[in-house]
Design a binder for this molecule. Sequence first.
Ligand code: BGC
Length: 744
Amino acid sequence: MQERLWQIDELNFESNHQHHYETLFSIGNGYLGTRGTFEEGYFLDAPATLIHGIYDHAPGALVPELVNAPNWLDLKITVDSTPLQMIMTVDRSDFMTPPSGVVIGYERSIDMKRGVLRRDVLFRAQSGNIVRITFERFASLHDQHVMAQRIVITAVDGHPAIIVESALQTDVTNNGVRHWLPDPITKTEGGRLSAQVTTQQSGYVVAMASYLNSPHTEIALPHPGRPATHIVFTLKQEESVTIEKLTTIYTSRDTADPLATAETALDAASARGYDTLLSDHIAEWATDWETADIRIDGDEAIQRALRFTTYHVLIASPRTDEHVSVGAKTLSGLGYKGHVFWDTEIFVTPTLMLIQPKMARNLLMYRYHNLHGAREKAKANGYEGAMYPWESTDTGEETTPQWSDVQPDGSRIRIWTGDNEQHISSDIAYTTHKYWRWTGDDDFLIKYGAEMMLDTAVFWGSRVEYNADHDRYELSQQIGPDEYHENIDNSVFVNRMAQAHLKSALDVLAWLKTNDSVAADRLIAALDLNTTRLDKWRDIVAKMFIPFDHEKAIHIQFPGFFDMEYIPVPHYQPRTTSVQAILGHARSIQTQVIKQADVVMMMALLGHELSIPEGFDPLQVMLNNWNTYYPRTDHGSSLSPAMHAWVAARLGLLDEAYDMLDHAVHIDLQDNKGNVRDGMHAAACGGVWQAVIFGLCGLRISRDGALITDPRLPAHWRRVSFNVYYRGEKRAFTVENPVYSDQS
Ligand code: BGC
């Protein structure tokens, strides 16, 4: 295996890109994520450790958010009284007379195969002595409560006197918003530190214990809020010293006494030692990659980027906890406040369903455990059943802010998604059903999945509006995936997904009656699935309004869409911002510019099952839809390109499929929109995996239940190999490209 295809490197530190790299170089293990900030800190850096499930609603804030935990990375190094700081120079004169310390060499890389972040720094102190410092860190995948750091300091020139200070920094905020109560508990005992903090409103407790292991004596430093210890030593020329810092982290979600548990776990971790912890961690990653890795023969750039996006899906997704889920920005940044959207079910969960089915189940269980919130939302809005929140946290309540942050002109914009982006209930039902079909996990369906699918179907049954003039069912005041057009009537995506949802709910109920009549009876009684209700569902399935233009043989995104101004989006190239930002909010909502895959999204999810009137060829309609909507799409959301890649591949549009895949897989690496500082785009990361497997490789379940592929690969890809779990068995595929041409 070529190692460089498993690495993302940063060869030059540029301070104006630091927030981007902090996100890219996040480490994590499904329990927490820690941004790739420097151990010693940096001017205006944005360190963050985000732990799944630790939310808090600060006084005066519109909504709760995932809380930035104490900074366990904190390590400060001083060489001959000069503190290490990432001040770089390329100016030769500075080499001779450094104003203070100066970094004369730098390299950083994330090793995705092993889940390890490394940084090499060549540092010249004011004294003139030069040291090489190698930093390494990982969040153990083997024991999710253990974090490890190692630094190796080598005297390259001179006999430097070194001080290494290790601390746990509890004085942290979310961009200035304080979530931790004042007066944390802190302890310093020799080389051991501990800290415990409690959130203000939600009362979650987070505890960390840390140990600095080195051949030198430690001197404790008392410091309120930042327990610290430091060691002092001198190096001979060419001499190296290795220092290891182990930190354990527990919360009140894990145990009744997080501090004591963290301290005990620290003893156990220290006894095992860094090398053992590292090899266990690497072994765990090797197991993960055995299934998760897609091997592309013929495209190194996509190969590496795809490993990068898969790495981020793996570090963000909870492994054992079924009460938490993946936020839209993973655990790598504060964007979207750690809230969970449809991004999880449609983009992340189906990927995990194939590579880590247990983790996919956990994510669906999060929705099951939060059914109460969905039921309350339905009731509060005057509906029956369960209506999932557009944005969700730890309580299952709707947590979409109703208003935006203050705009430059002082105003706030009303956010309607929490009210009207109701397709999320169908999205969750869609993936629940898909998970069951692909995994064959009947136990899940019987105990949990069916209830979610059926109670959300109850919601739609009470939500639809019957239009007697046309003898059809409609849905007014909706927001489809294209969020530029808000509060519209009869979004084809929403209507079709609700129709498919009700159909699958009826199918699942029929299956339950045959296969577990006790469970069926229990749900029929609990959810009041009486004959009148079920007959209504059948009627909705038969008569849901699916806007369609018979003349053009296309689906209509929503009636009235084509009456608006047409803007040819491809003319706005190259651009570094969305067409919406260029035209302005007020104008763009009056145009046919689409934020993201909408009708195209429907085609990705439902394939040929599009509800097409008799006599029309589904493939031709899909092609017409593509030709209509692709040139109108802004890709103003990171969710868009991967879905386009998927659909283009299925339609045999290989160039478009490749362009869109290339775009999708590099969204975070290239940061074209400049927003990666807020966190990775979880949906784009999960979406590209699906685009390759379902789109380009064409993996699907045939009518007789066999797994088949139908490759539509770019000509320069020779083959793609991957593994997936299907109904409990791991299956290996190598998909050869029928149209491969060697272009080298
Ligand atoms: C997209 C939504 C998405 C959300 C979170 C928005 O910009 O339009 O589809 O769920 O971001 O990623």
